[in-house]
Design a protein around this ligand. Sequence first.
Ligand code: AKG
Ligand code: FE2
Length: 317
Amino acid sequence: MASSQTELLAENIIPTIDFGLLVNGTPDQRSGMVQTLAKACEDWGFFMLVNHGMPDGLSDEMLEAFTALFGMSYDEKIPYMGGHVLDPIRIGTGFNYKTDLEKCWKHYVKIFVHPEFHSVSKPLNFRDISKDYSECARAIGLQLLKAIWEGLDMEERHVKEALKLSSCFQNLTGNLYPPYTNPDIKFGFVPHSDHGLLTLIYQNGVDGLQIKHHDRWIDARPTPYSIMVNTCDQLEIVTNGKYKAVLHRVLLNTEVARMSVATTIGPSLDAIVGPIADLLNTDYPAVFRAMKYRDYLEQQQSNSLVEKGALNLVRLS
Ligand SMILES: O=C(O)CCC(=O)C(=O)O
Ligand SMILES: [Fe+2]
């Protein structure tokens, strides 16, 4: 193969992060993985996480519990439909039914699971499974963030205090993309970035997720039981743009339904988030203003989803 072709292929391989080496490796293995993670965040904003410790059985149970929830009758779901974007449990279609019903061909269930844990009461096993799944995913997400601060030479204490991470926000979303063949509907999820710090995605083995890398859309095809992780808007703000929130989208499948479980970890809803002072100096001034995360989340969820448009709320130039 010509070397330029080999380089092109290598350039398109999504980085893999071995979580086991980050948390249980020797000091050398950990610092090597911290550097790999830093590069993955800077070059890609996206990586595949392996050896993460989330039990395979729990991931499957979570997908099954969401399948059962989506399958419930309209009457059972209606109490959770059509409310305010900051309601702790929301069931709906599209991204926001007021703005984006026709743009995103999907059903969703969005539940706030931290700092207060919420759950639907049916299916009966949903509460226990979603509690275990959310706790495990949050522990993984917080360990990744700790390694991210380390890779940026940021004082962990400063970031944890600024973002009030002990009461970090976390939501748990189930996405169901039914098969669809109407040529007018292009996307299950239009190109967008997520509002939080990091999102962890587990899927049912049906492809469709793509990420934008160097102006090209790349298929994200996880190996079984790995977790895909993407950087989000609050991480771009905190790092003053050093790490960019990655644009991603979901294409529809004409034969089978895709399902994903996405959990986003963010600062505390009460944290006023701006670029962290450790990273700023006269050569590198703030490019974002500070904004309360609750207000950012409300705006991002209320408006039409247009790529990384929500970041314009806080962009200074
Ligand atoms: O279904 C997927 O893989 C992506 C889900 C997603 O982007 C989201 O929930 O924000
Ligand atoms: Fe997303």
